[in-house]
Design a protein around this ligand. Structure first.
Ligand SMILES: *[C@@H]1O[C@H](CO)[C@@H](O)[C@H](O)[C@H]1NC(C)=O
Ligand SMILES: *[C@@H]1O[C@H](CO)[C@@H](O)[C@H](O)[C@H]1NC(C)=O
Ligand SMILES: *[C@@H]1O[C@H](CO)[C@@H](O)[C@H](O)[C@H]1NC(C)=O
Ligand SMILES: *[C@@H]1O[C@H](CO)[C@@H](O)[C@H](O)[C@H]1NC(C)=O
Ligand SMILES: *[C@@H]1O[C@H](CO)[C@@H](O)[C@H](O)[C@H]1NC(C)=O
Ligand SMILES: *[C@@H]1O[C@H](CO)[C@@H](O)[C@H](O)[C@H]1NC(C)=O
Ligand SMILES: *[C@@H]1O[C@H](CO)[C@@H](O)[C@H](O)[C@H]1NC(C)=O
Ligand SMILES: *[C@@H]1O[C@H](CO)[C@@H](O)[C@H](O)[C@H]1NC(C)=O
Ligand SMILES: *[C@@H]1O[C@H](CO)[C@@H](O)[C@H](O)[C@H]1NC(C)=O
Length: 760
């Protein structure tokens, strides 16, 4: 990283700090303080039992890249990422499409440098390395490894969206070679790494073109979800800058010298280079369409003659274009790293799935024209990540909505958790919220009637066999899960029946919010009767499971009896979910007996240790004090949550990044506001973390300047002005943010009366 040694010594010796190194000048162009603050190792560490993790890998790729390149320190599968900082051996460099750590890989390509006897078998090809010999930035990664037969290999990598660029420098080694792995043993599920299947791929070697091409149909999530996607494959075209001295195919450990084609399981191709070769460059174009398309992607994104330095500069520019839009004053070095790394994390997903204006759709197993994105963890990202993309990456929003509508057209439903195709993971049809929020915030370059038909279907058409399938998490052999339970009692009475469906109480609250999103879209399109219908259902459903006797939300079974306080929750409990009525906070406050007792309930929630920020249902809760006339308590809790759950270390994310939602919480909170109810186009004011933040949003004609002098040590708010007008209510409108302007906050060390009448 950028910092000089003297600065390194000023900060806590966290794991990351110990491994900061000066990036070579050639890889620090263009100049960008913001990009220098990104520390790709933050969040690689574990957060819980069961091998979970923050889920982030130190990969190189531009924002929203189709493929991320990362050193492979172990075999990845569901809930296991390809890189773990505790490992000490590198097995290759992986172009991965695994979007979040508990999801499956798909169609990866792996490049393995070596010297001497070709080692294709995973267990035999690992090369030891030290973290001290690693440099990791968003656009450039390098590491020195000990070659198996002696000597050392310096591996350097950068990448564009669809092309990896790797350079291997050999020092004192035997004859260099580079291997491309097409297929490997594919782990089924997450329970047992020994439970594998073998996908059959292909390799072709063309020494004249200096190319190794091939395909890999591995898709670990094929065991779940309704779409078989039988033709799915990752294709690759690797082109070298040096002529081959030799080449061959390796299959299950057997080397066939001079072979140019191969197919089947455990398959790789390799090229050897003349003894004494100093450095080899290889560019690996990838595609979900064909080898030809992978070659086109290569020629388009990193044409022949491009140096690694040039590739890295292009990718660094892409990050700088986003990160330099935000300047902060008064943040510590550690906070700056957490903040800019957070923004880096928010700009990774969903990822591009289209190539040259075409994409492979696994929904109907065909190629189509248009835009496509995948890696949609919508149950997580509808909360704040989407609102953040709308602000910082508005140029992509229309295409992202178009992509969801393509999924609907080709597969019959909007996505829930799309990892190439639908995986049925988590609950609710929150794409309804994404679409409604985009329209509410002014995006319209997609077919609005198709959009409405899609969300209306979510709200009205139950899944297959809705009375007999529980649609439990990762249930195999079922159709689209969508709003499982819609036809049982939800539509009539408001709750999803816990004796019929899994996660019934969470579903009830999620479906209610989704109904509200549908009503917002209906109303934007002038469909007033629909708007009224869905709004009424949205307001009724949550309180149909509010148990007056306990004061908590509680699942019900079909006949209306209570199911018990612990039944029917997903990634949360009765505490978190009782606050989960973001579209009707006044209604919730009323059920809890008014502002004062609602505030007391919030205190019980936090003081009792019930706020679990590692999972999303808790994310909006600290902001709710502000909506009950107790803003100073929001300010206090937000700072605590930020401090406990985010820091500048490999373990610096307390929960799974969840495709950007964990970091979107932090970034919004640092700015001083959060989209508690994203579809409403409002934000609730929290407490900005720094003295001054200047944001140049792409669509704003002027900067958004948030001045909060003294904020790092003074969390409480004495007063707020918006463009010179005093603000008494802790709520901002989307236009106030999106069009830029000036927010000035007077900060204080002690709780203040501002927006806190309930506490007086
Ligand atoms: C890395 O390995 C450690 C030790 O096994 C584990 O606690 C952690 O969860 C792993 N991290 C990732 C990214 O899987
Ligand atoms: C392997 O995983 C598959 C898919 O989850 C499962 O159906 C099968 O029972 C597992 N086999 C063994 C031997 O555990
Ligand atoms: C690989 O080779 C081993 C023997 O060396 C054999 O037992 C195994 O079945 C082979 N695997 C595949 C997938 O062909
Ligand atoms: C491979 O081809 C080269 C060049 O034609 C030849 O010298 C070598 O003997 C061949 N190797 C094998 C194992 O066939
Ligand atoms: C914002 O700007 C982009 C171009 O940068 C444009 O595509 C988009 O439609 C704009 N609209 C809104 C509502 O932000
Ligand atoms: C809870 O009490 C309110 C009135 O206090 C009543 O209208 C509502 O029906 C009750 N809800 C349930 C689920 O019993
Ligand atoms: C509902 O069913 C449960 C379990 O079968 C039973 O205990 C309960 O009495 C029933 N309640 C009503 C209201 O019928
Ligand atoms: C509760 O607090 C909110 C936010 O300050 C306020 O708008 C509302 O009027 C209060 N409700 C009552 C009943 O005082
Ligand atoms: C960083 O946060 C993690 C996860 O919350 C925590 O385990 C760790 O102790 C924190 N480290 C520091 C240096 O604060």
């Amino acid at each position: 990283m950028r910092r000089l040694l003297c600065l390194v010594l000023l900060v806590l010796p966290s794991y990351a700090a110990l491994h900061r190194r000066e990036v070579p000048a050639a890889f620090s162009k263009p100049h960008s303080v913001a990009v220098d603050y990104v520390n790709p190792l933050i969040g690689n560490g574990g957060y819980s039992t069961g091998g979970g993790s923050g889920g982030m890998i130190p990969s190189t790729a531009p924002p929203f890249a189709m493929t991320r390149w990362v050193a492979q320190t172990r075999q990845n599968y569901v809930s296991v990422s390809p890189y773990n900082h505790t490992n000490t051996v590198i097995y290759g460099f992986q172009g991965t499409h695994q979007p979040a750590i508990w999801m499956g890989e798909s169609g990866q390509a792996i490049v393995v440098p070596g010297a001497g006897e070709v080692q294709s078998v995973f267990e035999h090809r690992g090369m030891p390395f030290h973290h001290a010999d690693e440099i990791s930035t968003p656009s450039y990664y390098s590491v020195v490894m000990n070659a198996i037969q002696g000597g050392r290999i310096l591996a350097e990598q950068s990448a564009t969206s669809r092309v990896g660029h790797l350079r291997f420098t050999f020092k004192d080694t035997a004859m260099p070679y580079v291997l491309l792995e097409a297929t490997r043993a594919q782990v089924m599920g997450s329970a047992d790494p020994a439970n594998v299947t073998y996908s059959h791929g292909s390799i072709q070697i063309d020494p004249g073109r200096r190319e190794i091409t091939g395909h890999n149909p591995e898709r670990q999530d094929f065991i779940i979800g309704p779409n078989a996607a039988p033709s799915f494959a990752g294709y690759f075209c690797a082109r070298f800058d040096l002529s081959f001295k030799g080449f061959g195919i390796a299959q299950n450990g057997t080397i066939k010298e001079n072979a140019t084609v191969g197919s089947g399981a455990l398959l790789s191709g390799f090229a050897r280079f003349a003894p004494g070769t100093k450095a080899v460059n290889v560019r690996v174009g990838v595609s979900f369409i064909s080898v030809d398309q992978a070659r086109k992607n290569l020629d388009k994104e990193i044409p022949d003659g491009t140096t690694l330095e040039q590739t890295a500069e292009k990718t660094r520019s892409a990050w700088a274009e986003k990160l330099d839009r935000i300047q902060i004053e008064g943040a510590s070095e550690d906070d700056s790293e957490v903040f800019y790394t957070g923004i880096f994390h928010t700009l990774q997903y969903p990822y591009e799935q289209d190539e040259d204006g075409h994409y492979y759709s696994g929904y109907d197993d065909a190629i189509h024209a248009g835009s496509s994105y995948t890696g949609y963890s919508i149950w997580d990202t509808f909360r704040a990540e989407w609102a953040w993309l709308i602000l910082l990456a508005p140029e992509r929003i229309d295409a992202m909505v178009q992509s969801m509508l393509h999924d609907y057209t080709e597969g019959g439903w909007l996505p829930m958790w799309k990892n190439i195709v639908e995986t049925n993971i988590m609950v609710g049809t929150h794409a309804d919220s994404l679409v409604a929020e985009a329209v509410a915030k002014g995006f319209k370059d997609f077919d609005l009637e198709t959009a409405y038909a899609a969300v209306h279907k979510d709200a009205t058409v139950p899944p297959q066999d809705d009375w007999t399938i529980s649609y439990s998490d990762r249930q195999q052999g079922v159709g689209y899960e969508v709003r499982a339970g819609l036809s049982s009692v939800y539509a009539e009475h408001g709750w999803v029946a816990s004796d019929i469906h899994s996660e019934a109480a969470s579903r009830t609250l999620d479906y209610a919010y989704d109904d509200y999103a549908v009503s917002v879209l209906a109303s934007a399109l002038g469909k007033d009767a629909d708007a009224a219908f869905f709004r009424a259902r949205a307001n009724n459903a949550p309180f149909s499971i509010f148990n007056n006797a306990t004061g908590f939300m509680e699942a019900r079974i079909a006949n209306g009896s209570w199911a018990g306080p612990n039944a029917g929750w997903t990634e949360g409990d009765m505490w978190a979910y009782t606050f989960d009525v973001v579209h009707d906070i006044p209604g919730l406050i009323e059920h809890k007996g008014g502002n004062a007792s609602f505030v007391a309930f919030l205190d019980q929630h936090f003081d009792g240790g019930h706020n679990d920020h590692r999972n999303e249902p808790s994310h909006h809760i600290p902001y709710l004090y502000s909506l009950a006339g107790a803003a100073s308590k929001s300010q206090e809790r937000i700072r605590q949550v930020a401090q406990v759950n985010y820091n500048n270390s490999v373990n610096g994310l307390s929960g799974n990044e969840d495709c950007g939602q964990m970091s979107a919480w932090y970034v919004f909170s640092a700015l001083g506001f959060y989209p508690v109810d994203p579809v409403s186009s409002t934000y609730v004011i929290g407490t900005p973390f720094f003295d001054k933040i200047t944001v140049n949003l792409p669509n704003a004609s002027q900067p958004l300047v948030i001045t909060s002098r003294g904020a790092p040590n003074n969390p409480y708010i004495r007063s707020v002005t918006l463009n010179g007008r005093a603000l008494d209510i802790p709520v901002l409108q989307h236009v106030d943010i999106a069009s830029g302007g000036e927010i000035v906050l007077e900060m204080a060390a002690q709780p203040q009366a501002w927006a806190s009448s309930t506490l007086n």
